[in-house]
Design a protein around this ligand. Structure first.
Ligand code: COI
Length: 355
């Protein structure tokens, strides 16, 4: 793939933010990658150019019928000053699975990875070196053909934007309070819950707002049919340590197959722990919290990394997990993942890609 590079003029370059107060998703770098798709031409016009608005028709299909998918990945600056991506191919492959689910075209994985590397090299000064900070990368695809008939668009834009981030939650690496929603559901089997479509996140916002109004950081979703089985948290997959077993809901068809989830499973299994992916009911989790066998719980996600859960509120009752403190496994997983991502520990899995 030929990639045109149109660098921003020196006077157009933005000021970099304070690396120790980044928050999440507030800053965007100077450049972006864009390529265009037409059913008759395939992907074309690949360009790295200044971060700038798109011109889109009000009738562009994305605005009406929601053909929009995205990914979340990160680049890390190590102490050795090397830039590492974490499992980028897995993200682009998952994006193609999401694309297929809502009749969007697939992207050429090797080409977009190469485009991403070029983009990172151009904006390398944006990749923070502060502890725990990284460059969050957001590949996305939207339907751009104007038209009001409900059918797959014939035209799309694929783009990659990115920005320096710190911890996703204001709590940082500290336990979060989670509200278990039995009023709203996020997805049902056979729907689009396992694809990373924008619509899944739109569907989650009302429950998240209501939970936040009551002092909770996130929502834990139950299955859409029986509202019994635990699915995932708004921005991450979920794990429980019950007795000597580490449990996470199996990928039922309505759960996002997280790449951090997969990495955590691999690490936990390699540490010799008993790890089970199985249907997990909320009743089992609450009962385990009450009888003391729920030793810890944590979320896994690109943005959230490892996010310890300090309490769960279900049907008006609050259970505290591990005294509201970070659990041993959450801590170990967080440290191990970060060490691999920042290159302070050998990566025996081949997960990191040097830029
Ligand atoms: C990620 O972890 O990268 C996600 O996509 C979650 C996001 C919606 C913040």
């Amino acid at each position: 793939m030929d990639i045109r590079i149109e660098k921003a003029e020196p006077h157009e370059l933005k000021c970099k933010p304070d690396q120790n107060a980044l928050g999440f998703g507030r800053y965007l770098t100077d450049h972006m990658f864009v390529m265009t798709y037409h059913a008759d031409r395939g992907w074309h016009d690949a360009v790295i150019r200044k971060y700038q608005p798109f011109w889109l028709e009000p009738a562009a299909m994305v605005f009406h019928y929601g053909q929009a998918i995205f990914e979340g990945m990160k680049a890390f600056r190590g102490k050795d000053d090397q830039i590492r991506l974490f499992r980028p191919t897995a993200n682009f492959e998952r994006m193609n699975v999401s694309a297929a689910r809502i009749c969007m075209p697939s992207v050429p994985v090797a080409d977009v990875l190469e485009a991403l590397k070029q983009l990172l090299r151009l904006d390398q000064e944006w990749i923070p070196s502060a502890k725990g900070a990284s460059l969050y990368i957001r590949p996305a695809m939207i339907a751009t053909e104007p038209g009001l008939g409900v059918r797959p668009s014939k035209e799309y834009l694929f783009f990659i934007i990115k920005g320096p981030v710190g911890a996703y939650y204001p709590e940082g690496f500290n336990p979060v309070k989670i509200f278990v929603s039995d009023k709203y559901v996020r997805a049902v089997r056979g729907g689009v819950g396992e694809a990373k479509t924008a619509g899944n996140y739109a569907a989650s916002i009302k429950a998240a707002v209501e939970a936040q109004q009551q002092g909770y950081t996130q929502v834990l979703w139950l299955d859409g049919i029986e509202r019994r089985y635990v699915e995932e948290v708004g921005t991450s997959n979920i794990f429980f340590v019950i007795g000597d077993e580490v449990v996470t809901p199996s990928l039922s068809g309505s759960i996002l197959p997280g790449i951090t989830r997969d990495s955590a499973l691999r690490l936990l299994r390699d540490w010799g722990l008993k790890v089970t992916e199985r249907p997990t009911t909320i009743d089992e989790v609450i009962a385990a919290a009450k009888d003391g066998s729920l030793r810890e719980s944590f979320g896994t996600g690109t943005a959230a990394v490892i996010s310890p859960v300090g309490s769960l509120c279900y049907k008006g009752e609050q259970v505290i997990i591990n005294g509201g403190k970070v659990g041993i496994l959450s801590q170990r997983l967080f440290e191990e993942l970060q060490s691999i991502q920042y290159g302070t520990r050998k990566d025996p899995y081949g997960w990191t890609v040097i830029v």
